[in-house]
Design a protein around this ligand. Sequence first.
Ligand code: ZN
Length: 302
Amino acid sequence: MRKTIFTLIFLGASLFAFDYKLQPKEIAKGVYMFTGVNEPVKKSNGGAIANSYWVNTGKHWVVFDAGPTYDYSKQAHSAMKKIANLPIALVFNSHFHDDHWMGDSYYKELKVPIYATKTQLKEFKEGGESRILKILDKKDLKNTKIVKADKVVDKNMTIKVDNSKFNVIKLPYPAHAPEDFMVYLKDKGVLFTGDLLMSERITSIRHGSVEGNLKAISLIEKINPKVYANGHGKFTNKEGLKLTKAYLQKLKTTAKSAIDNDIELEEYVKKANFDEFKKYKLFNVAHKENLFSAYNEYELAE
Ligand SMILES: [Zn+2]
């Protein structure tokens, strides 16, 4: 009997796709959010660590960040069909981190145009490897593969879908990643920031620039949206802006003062006191590497 139960559990686990239990939350009229968990990519979370967003433009859906896998996108689409069964006009990929776009494989099948940065196209070739593909279980990666984006976002542009205008703001400098873009939906006051802002958790600056991300934050402050559709974390108010700004400013002043006082890298990493940020998620995962990145960045800038 025991053996039968184990066999059944095993069969069950191997037959069914990962259930992401996606629950859309309306953050502005016709704008929905699927909230990621504040963890690194793990088998147990199916890679669903980033937020993804859907906008109802009247006759279409527009997707901002596809999520981590084919199954995730398929399940997100099923959930959204219950709200409105509309065709999807396009998918944005805010930057090249794979937790935000491996789900493109599903949209590619539906022939939905995918907008991405040149860095993503350069770093991730069709059919190639990625972090998600290495970490997740094979069974949860069915049909998930790197597909080629259709349009390159290399400058600011306005995309009109039905009566909604999407202002695509392409940063001309590295910020969270070598290339990032945001999308502003002015009529609803929603700014999709990608990973330029995160709430609840510490950001990661290893592929970007502290200075660039701070510059992007100044731009976000000027835009002053009503709703912050951030890359990670559940809050859509100013929480993400406040946390990301305070943390990056502290990284900047700490690294600069160590360099100015000829403090070696190792000693600076050991002595840097960031206690007030310890309560945030992923501090233990991302902070040390951020300290290194900040020091290297400002040392080069000297
Ligand atoms: Zn990222």
